[in-house]
Design a protein around this ligand. Structure first.
Ligand code: NAD
Length: 362
């Protein structure tokens, strides 16, 4: 997402300090506030501002309304060897997701695989965060996510009204001694949060992403935020639509978590996630896995680039490059989002001077 001169630019460490302070003041433990800050700030640092600290005011509002519990909330519904069903108790996804992936990792390290249906969890944010957690433990991760607890956002291919949410998919592949390959995207053409960022910046989104309430194509992001709502389009025409529907079935129907029909309300972002973890050393052997993964990545890198493209990249690489850039130059936060953060901080007894001090802005 582009930045402009009105942005507030904060380095990742001070932004982490500020975010952690907000969640600690709102009643979370230092560990859980830290995990939440890790997730949100890394999303910004990775270039996904839609899933960064701009979400914090919304989470804090839901907490103040009593929707999100502060204490430990992950429970086991089913424990049947490689099959686990976990319930997040509507806890913060940034905490529940971390704890659930640790359970899944331990199981896959013992059995070679784990299939984990995680239900009833507040917003799990950037799903690549979970793929990276699993890949960093040396395991392959496949995640399918659906979103319930709020109305649909994405029109099925050929339809004029929303029927699904932006149901993301993530596949992460560890590479021994190298960063993982991490594919992580929404099945809509753009993430819903990206329309929020564009709307708050007062800029249109690109052609071909949105329908207005009448089903007419539009570039105006406000149709996703001001009633009567329009719809996002699926990516890849019927293919993205099909994958979004499979997310609904895999994350919502298979684990008994629930699918989207008839959902209403806005403050609750209820995610369900089916995760499949595989120990790559077990199926074809560690040596073949490492060799073939490296051969494939080199083969892809060796592709001649098109005009206007410096080189071919692999999934996960743009996020890593952005982390280097934003780690050096800081994370731009648009003035409206910064205003929302100041408001959330004020409600927790932190005035603007205190926020600026935590964010190392003065
Ligand atoms: P996107 O369109 O920016 O695509 C990102 C993916 O494409 C990444 O894997 C990235 O590495 C890869 N990629 C991008 N450019 C590339 C290039 N030039 N070469 C190779 N690979 C490239 O992502 P999005 O659809 O806007 O989703 C953004 C985030 O929103 C994701 O992290 C997703 O998990 C999250 N999301 C979460 C929810 C939820 O309910 N929790 C819902 C929707 C989206």
């Amino acid at each position: 997402m582009t930045s402009d001169a009105r942005d507030i630019v904060v380095l990742p460490d001070p932004l982490h300090r500020l975010t952690r302070a907000l969640f600690e003041r709102a009643g979370w433990s230092a560990r859980d506030a830290g995990l939440t800050a890790d997730h949100l700030v890394l999303s910004n640092a990775s270039g996904h501002d839609s899933h960064g600290v701009g979400m914090a005011p919304r989470y804090l509002r839901a907490a103040a309304n009593g929707t999100i519990p502060r204490g430990p909330s992950l429970t086991t519904v089913l424990d049947a060897g490689a099959l686990l069903t976990l319930d997040g108790g509507m806890g913060l996804g940034q905490v529940v997701g971390f704890d659930a992936m640790n359970v899944a990792i331990a199981r896959a390290q013992t059995l070679g695989t784990a299939i984990v249906a995680l239900r009833n969890t507040h917003h799990l944010g950037r799903i690549g965060h979970w793929g990276e957690q699993v890949a960093n433990a040396g395991l392959v991760a496949i995640h399918f996510v659906n979103v319930i607890g709020r109305p649909a956002l994405v029109a099925p291919w050929g339809g004029t009204q929303a029927r699904f949410s932006t149901n993301p998919i993530c596949i992460a592949f560890p590479r021994p001694g190298q960063p993982p390959v991490v594919l992580d995207f929404a099945t809509s053409r753009i993430a819903h949060g990206k329309t929020r960022v564009a709307w708050k910046r007062g800029v249109p989104v690109a052609e071909g992403n949105l329908l207005d309430r009448d089903g007419t194509p539009t570039r105006d992001p406000s149709v996703m935020w001001i009633e009567p709502f329009g719809a996002l389009l699926p990516f890849g025409e019927h293919k993205g639509f099909g994958l979004g529907m499979m997310c609904e079935l895999l994350a919502g129907a298979l684990g008994g978590a629930g699918t989207i029909p008839g959902r209403t309300g806005w403050d609750v972002i209820d995610n369900n996630m089916l995760s499949i973890l595989i120990d790559p050393a077990r199926l074809g052997g560690a040596e073949a896995y490492a060799r073939e993964t490296d051969r494939l990545v080199d083969w892809v890198y060796d592709t001649p680039a098109m005009d206007g493209v410096d080189r071919v990249r692999i999934p996960g690489e743009p996020e890593r490059e952005m982390r280097v850039l934003r780690g050096r130059d800081g994370i731009p936060i648009d003035p409206t989002t910064w205003g929302d953060i100041l408001e959330a901080a004020a409600a927790l007894g932190l005035d603007e001077a205190a926020v600026r001090a935590l964010a190392a802005l003065d």
